[in-house]
Design a protein around this ligand. Structure first.
Ligand SMILES: Nc1nc(=O)c2c([nH]1)NC[C@@H]1CN(c3ccc(C(=O)N[C@@H](CCC(=O)O)C(=O)O)cc3)C=[N+]21
Length: 285
């Protein structure tokens, strides 16, 4: 019987710490505030947004939400980010990704104020992660996947990890963070040959494919540790991960569920970053 890694439990521990810090900040007259910028109505974004707003209200962080059509231009989006950068009432900015195809992602990534970059999208902030310097902001989803592994009770040192995602939002930063923790990492993607051979021979598999229930038990062994970062809708419109949980749970060593797994931790990591941004702004750290 496989063990379920309880993301909510891990998230709750982080949450307690956030609550204390927010109280401290508010006592000193600082109001941690997150600006959320969403383009269109992607289900993954909406699911994340719901979790963020709920958690912010639980921990007493303010939110300001900005929603635009998918066809907004790069220039308009840059102007909006420019205003949020200037707005001293805003501690951190989260822009949901991936962005629509026509947007110049590189220009946008460079437009965010380095000190408000709570999802670590600016190349200069991201570079620190690649250097192994974790003193700044951390990419939330990658950090959450790492925390799920570190809290599962297994020793990461020397383990083999297959990361199924090569994006700058999840896969690449995660691979660097795993390396810093002495794991041996294989990054897999759509052109990878014989993915099953790789997943079956890895101690840990982290997947962020975005295809509901894509992986069944044939991809794993009884010893596998499966971290499911996928968030999509199954054919019934229900939130689902990349892994067919029911099929897999009793045939692996450990697995994170969706919902209640990595997603809940991601939201906490984001708010940790908002608190950090607010502390820095108030020169309290
Ligand atoms: N710049 C950027 N950074 C991201 O990290 C990012 C993004 N854009 N775009 C969308 C995806 C998706 N994502 C989720 C995070 C948490 C939950 C989450 O908390 N889900 C709850 C369930 C919520 C529900 O029931 O709807 C859970 O898994 O328990 C979901 C989705 C972050 N992403």
């Amino acid at each position: 019987m496989g063990l379920t890694i309880d993301g909510k439990f891990i998230a709750n521990n982080i949450k307690k710490d956030i609550i204390k810090k927010v109280e401290y900040l508010r006592e000193k007259g600082n109001i941690p505030t997150l600006a959320i910028v969403r383009l269109g109505d992607n289900p993954g974004d909406i699911s994340y947004e719901k979790s963020i707003i709920k958690l912010c209200s639980d921990v007493n962080i303010d939110t300001k939400k900005f929603v635009f059509d998918n066809d907004i231009s790069t220039k308009e989006l840059q102007q909006i980010l420019g205003q949020l950068n200037e707005d001293t009432s805003i501690s951190g900015i989260l822009l949901f990704r991936p962005l629509p195809e026509h947007i110049d992602e590189n220009l946008i990534r460079n437009s965010i104020n380095l000190n408000k970059d709570v999802d670590c999208m600016h190349p200069l902030n991201l570079e620190k992660i690649f250097e192994g310097d974790y003193s700044g902001f951390t990419p939330c989803t990658s950090k959450a996947a790492l925390l799920a592994i570190l809290n599962s009770g297994i020793e990461l040192d020397g383990k083999t990890v297959a990361v199924i995602n090569r994006s700058m939002v999840v896969g690449k930063p995660l691979a660097m963070m795993l390396l810093s923790n002495n794991a041996t990492v294989t990054i897999c993607h759509s052109k990878t040959h014989d993915l099953r051979k790789i997943t079956k021979s890895s101690d840990i598999v982290v997947t962020a494919l975005g295809r509901a229930k894509y992986f069944n038990k044939d991809y794993f062994t009884n010893e596998s540790i499966v971290i499911d970062v996928g968030v999509s809708q199954d054919k019934n419109g229900k939130l689902s991960g990349d892994v067919d949980f029911e099929d897999v749970v009793n045939n692996v060593r450990m697995i994170t569920p969706v919902p209640g797994g990595v997603g809940s931790i991601t939201t906490c990591v984001l708010l940790e970053n908002v608190v950090k941004a607010c502390m820095k702004e108030a020169v309290l750290i």
